[in-house]
Design a protein around this ligand. Structure first.
Ligand SMILES: [Zn+2]
Length: 239
């Protein structure tokens, strides 16, 4: 009982329906640091893929993917700082909260981009290259119109955006790295369980951030290993 009580000071009670959970200052700090620490590694990761690129198409792909990665951690950190330190500026906080949500759609599209651009796909599946961005744009329009109104619709949108493009793997001849891709997807899903646990589990949102960071790292590893490093290795072998 005493332990439960000591944990309570790290967490506030659950928010009422259609209200936002108010994190404690400990939770605010954890929310900021968990993503702030990944901003520099994301930029380094982008630069590394850029260096490993053999041609213009790989360079553009590294840039798009890297920008998605950097934007996710950067926007998330800024939003959490604003929501902690500037929550009295309601309009500003609201704007950053919407950006935090929008960037997730673009991050998902960016995460698929290396697989869609650099792997050979079937004629129908190759349309997913532009369709993911259309989905991200659709998600953005949804956020601007219905932000925070239908939370489960929003979650359903994220899951659709997260899994629908994965259908293209059925048209891939080369399946190297798809296991890592699936592991990353699973880690994101486990994280979502915490995303909905504010006020039930202390630091639930920061735990969700850690799952996002882990899944993004697994996906980055797969992209680096199978789409960039191996193509360079093959070229060297061909010479
Ligand atoms: Zn967050």
């Amino acid at each position: 009982m005493k332990r439960v009580h000591s944990l309570q000071r790290f967490m506030n009670s659950r928010a009422a329906a259609n209200c936002r959970y108010q994190p404690t200052c400990y939770e605010h700090a954890a929310n900021c640091y968990t993503h702030a620490l990944l901003i520099v590694p994301a930029f380094v990761g982008m630069a590394l893929l850029h260096r490993l690129s053999d041609n213009g198409w790989e360079k553009i792909t590294a840039w798009v993917y890297g920008m998605g990665l950097c934007a996710l951690f950067l926007v998330s950190t800024v939003f959490h700082i604003v929501s902690w330190k500037k929550s009295h500026m309601r309009a500003v906080e609201h704007c950053f909260h919407m950006c935090d949500r929008v960037v997730i759609y673009f991050f998902i599209a960016a995460s698929y981009t290396p697989w869609l651009n650099l792997r050979e796909l079937g004629p129908l599946a190759s349309h997913m290259r532009w369709f993911v961005w259309l989905m991200a744009a659709g998600g953005t329009i949804y956020v601007f119109n219905y932000h925070e109104k239908y939370k489960f619709v929003e979650l359903a949108f994220y899951l659709t955006m997260g899994f629908f493009p994965a259908l293209v793997v059925t048209s891939m001849n080369n399946t190297d790295g798809l296991q890592e891709l699936a592991w990353g997807g699973l880690i994101y899903c486990l994280g979502v369980l915490f995303f909905k646990c504010d006020g039930v589990i202390p630091f639930a949102h920061a735990i969700w951030h850690v799952f996002v960071a882990l899944a993004a790292a697994v996906h980055y590893y797969a992209i680096w290993k199978y789409l960039y490093r191996s193509s360079t290795a093959n070229d060297v072998r061909d010479l």
